[in-house]
Design a protein around this ligand. Structure first.
Ligand code: PLP
Length: 437
């Protein structure tokens, strides 16, 4: 039986001066206690109590190369010796922008920021400036960061009622302290619902500046787009002169070097990337068509940030992307194969233990949930999962030496190998047996 005494006392100590005891609100939900990390390497992480885990949390997604990757360390170290940030321009920015333009199909030009939230803010601003319109269409169950302009209760619920136009203006704020007015330009729609999309865009296209979508609904069940759905968004947005923004903060550099838009063969107007782009060092970007990005060139749209494009973050992104690009992106095939087998292994274990569940997986990201349904392809069904049961399962997996995000979303990295997966399936076999009893 593992003990977490040191993490428990660290949390108490942290709470004295660190609001909430954690640095990002979501982290407080981990049971039995938000863990304190001591060190990590590759696919393994160790907490302050000396417990070791195979890590599928991966810092909520960025660690595509695993923890403390030697090549990334070397590049960041080298960059640090020339300076951290100059407030001047430097060659790393040019090199990174060129690299992004080379690997991302949608990228004529890019703008660099520090987090996914900031990059989404810029994408929305560019869309409004470009179209001269104000409304933004976003979807239930998607997440686009925590800025007041788009943060709604997460995962948002009440989809069917909200879908009606009369209700659409009443988008629920995501937190206390957020003015209800901040969301008055947001229209919430159910995702993967072609009729709802078509009806709204055809009737109100002249008010709508942008449609923003995750290409796969990673934040709520890792649900894939229905065949033709992303194509429909593309077609309708083009027809109505609406900017299509693909939020690839999770899928970028995870579903392939060119992200989901390359994988699905869709060319959005703007793409937002973050997380895996820097391999664990803070950096994000908006990449997009020249005629929209031109607004930044012209100085018509302000894009600001003291530490934008700092030397550490550009070095990390260049190293991460270059590593992923080696041998024509061969790591993606390996990760995909590993996780395909892993997802099948989990499904077999659920069957063996007679536990109803669904595993939605695409490449190196998946969502596992306990639910009495054959498949989960929409947000309403996703909301029927037993999340308390999953949180209990995640706790049992911790005891078995596997670190999971308590909401069911799993990531793997290039540092995960077959033996990690086998060890994890053995651990899961024991955890599911304990759950059943
Ligand atoms: C799809 C998506 N967009 C935007 C964000 C916000 O990114 P950040 O947490 O870096 O601000 C996230 C974060 O999880 C995300 O999943």
């Amino acid at each position: 039986m593992k003990t977490y005494d040191k993490s428990i006392s660290r949390l108490q100590a942290a709470k004295q001066h660190l609001a909430g005891g954690v640095a990002s609100s979501l982290r407080a939900s981990m049971k039995p206690v938000p863990l304190y990390a001591e060190s990590a390497k590759g696919a393994r992480i160790r907490d302050v109590d000396g417990n070791e885990y195979i890590d599928y949390l991966l810092a909520y997604g960025p660690l595509i190369l695993g923890h403390s990757h030697d090549g990334l360390n070397a590049s960041v170290n080298q960059a640090m010796h020339s300076g951290y940030a100059f407030g001047l321009q430097h060659d790393g920015e040019i090199e990174l922008a060129n690299l992004l333009a080379q690997v991302l199909p949608c990228a004529d030009k890019v703008s660099l920021s520090g987090s996914g939230t900031e990059a989404v803010m810029l994408a929305l601003r560019l869309s409004r400036a470009f179209t001269g319109k104000t409304k933004i269409v976003r979807f239930h169950g998607h997440y686009h960061g925590w800025s007041d302009s788009i943060f709604t209760s997460f995962p948002s619920s009440g989809m069917s009622q909200q879908a009606s136009e009369a209700e659409a203006s009443r988008v629920p704020p995501g937190t206390f302290g957020q003015s209800a007015n901040s969301l008055e330009d947001i229209i919430l729609l159910p995702w993967n619902d072609p009729a709802a999309l078509e009806s709204l865009l055809r009737s109100r296209g002249d008010e709508i500046a942008a449609v923003i979508t995750e290409p796969v609904m990673c934040n709520s069940g890792c649900i894939q787009p229905l065949p033709g759905y992303l194509e429909l968004i593309r077609k309708l947005t083009e027809e109505q002169q609406i900017v299509m923004i693909m939020d690839e903060v999770i899928t970028g550099f995870r579903l392939g070097l060119g992200g989901a838009h390359e994988r699905f063969g869709i060319l959005p107007d703007l793409v937002v990337i973050g997380k895996a782009m820097g391999g664990g060092i803070a950096i994000s970007a908006v990449a997009g068509k020249a005629e929209i990005m031109q607004l930044v060139d012209d100085g018509k749209v302000s894009h600001l940030g003291t530490l934008n494009g700092n030397c550490i973050s550009t070095a990390a992104a260049i190293a991460t992307i270059s590593h992923l690009a080696q041998d024509n992106g061969a790591v993606y095939g390996r990760m995909e194969e590993l996780f395909n087998g892993f997802a099948d292994g989990i499904r077999s274990l659920l069957g063996k233990h007679g536990i109803a569940g669904v595993v939605n997986q695409i490449g190196p990201v998946m969502h596992m949930m306990f639910i009495d349904a054959a498949e989960v392809n929409d947000f309403d069904t996703f909301n029927q999962r037993d999340s308390a049961r999953y949180a209990r399962f995640a706790e049992l997996m911790l005891e078995e030496g596997v670190l999971l995000r308590p909401n069911g979303l799993w990531y793997i990295s290039t540092a995960h190998h077959k033996r990690d997966i086998e060890e994890t399936l053995d651990a899961m076999d024991r955890a599911l047996a304990r759950m059943r009893s």
